[in-house]
Design a protein around this ligand. Structure first.
Ligand code: PEP
Ligand code: MN
Length: 338
């Protein structure tokens, strides 16, 4: 059940509602950002609590829902939430493209890549300071040095910067250098990490786990919202399947399905599923067509020398061409690339 509170609810009105919930020993969560109280108990039909609550002066509406997504769920007619990051919007009618290399490798690589994606029209720069690698002897990222380089990118180009953070103990440090956290696919179910990031109040991109169901994917967003942070962006990046032609199978059907169940914006990563750069432009356009709110694409200033995900990163020229195509076709799908 969701209680939608009246705008400008008085403290004593809120207290009255909470006292009523406590009388029943209800497990509730007050979300001040949304002016809602979510109650995590579905046994309402046999009692009169919902009707009683409707009579409280601070209550606007009482929504009965059997959805497990108390905060991330979508009520009838609700549109996708817009996550506003210093004026850059994810969700809504603008198609904001996030682009940059897989990992941060050097100052030269990062500044050249950032300049290239900015020129092509991206507004947010992606690059990982910490790399989750299957092999412990592969490039693991530059760590703190990488975070510092991201801050420099931000200062030099004006692009917002995002990065994957893997360790709970790195969250506070990273918050000083980046605008947006990314939770990698391998960490989607790391609930301590989600909660710690949520408490920074920074926007968080959550990538779908390699074998996560859509329900678990949205529930990862619920974890962040349950800490009082509503700036959550879900990201479909491909799931494990039996098909060896691609690294993962990009589940484009997840986009409209998530949109039917959740108000959270969902974006698509067209790079990690195919693992091959020639497929990235087609998958990007397909993502736009299927209703993705945004894209996060890997672009490297000199992809053949990349220390991770070498085969899938676009060159600056390829990215420029893709952005041109997206600008051209976006209006057909009610979007504008800007
Ligand atoms: C990445 O974005 O560089 C990455 C490692 O992605 P994923 O977590 O989706 O594998
Ligand atoms: Mn990568």
């Amino acid at each position: 059940m969701i209680i939608v509170l009246k705008e400008n609810i008085a403290q004593n009105e809120l207290k009255d509602i909470i006292s009523r919930l406590e009388l029943d020993n209800r497990d509730y969560f007050v979300n001040e950002a949304y002016s809602t109280i979510a109650i995590k108990d579905e046994a309402f039909q046999e009692n009169t609590l919902p009707d009683q609550l409707k009579g409280y002066s601070g209550v606007n509406q009482v929504i009965l829902t059997s959805s497990p997504f108390c905060l991330a769920g979508k009520s009838d007619g609700q549109t996708t939430s817009v996550v506003d990051i210093e004026g850059i919007k994810v969700g809504g009618s603008s198609f904001t493209v996030i682009a940059g290399p897989c990992g941060i490798e050097s100052r030269k690589q990062i500044l050249e890549s950032a300049e290239a994606v900015r020129e092509a029209g991206a507004h947010i720069f992606r690059a990982s300071a910490y790399k989750p690698r299957g092999n412990p002897y592969d490039f693991q990222g530059l760590g703190l040095e990488g975070l510092k380089l991201l801050k420099e990118v931000r200062e030099k180009t004006g692009l917002l910067v995002e990065s994957e953070i893997m360790g709970v103990e790195k969250v506070e440090l990273a918050a000083k250098y980046i605008d947006i956290f990314r939770v990698g696919a391998r960490n989607m179910c790391n609930y301590d990490l989600l909660k710690k990031m949520a408490r920074t109040n920074k926007p968080i991109i959550i990538k779908r786990g390699l074998s996560a169901t859509i329900k678990d994917f949205i529930l990862a967003g619920e974890y962040v919202m349950n800490e009082g942070n509503d700036r959550v962006i879900l990201c479909e990046r491909g799931i494990s399947s039996f098909e060896p032609e691609t690294r993962f199978t990009l589940d484009l059907s997840a986009v409209p399905i998530v949109k039917s169940k959740s108000h959270l914006p969902i974006i698509v990563d067209p790079s990690h599923a195919p693992g091959k750069r020639n497929l990235v432009p087609q998958l990007s356009k397909a993502a736009l067509a299927v209703g993705s709110d945004d894209l996060i694409v890997e672009v490297h200033s000199d992809a053949k020398t990349a220390l991770s995900d070498c085969a899938q990163q676009l060159s600056p020229e390829e990215f420029m061409e893709l952005m041109g195509d997206l600008k051209h076709i976006a209006p057909v799908f009610g979007k504008k690339v800007w």
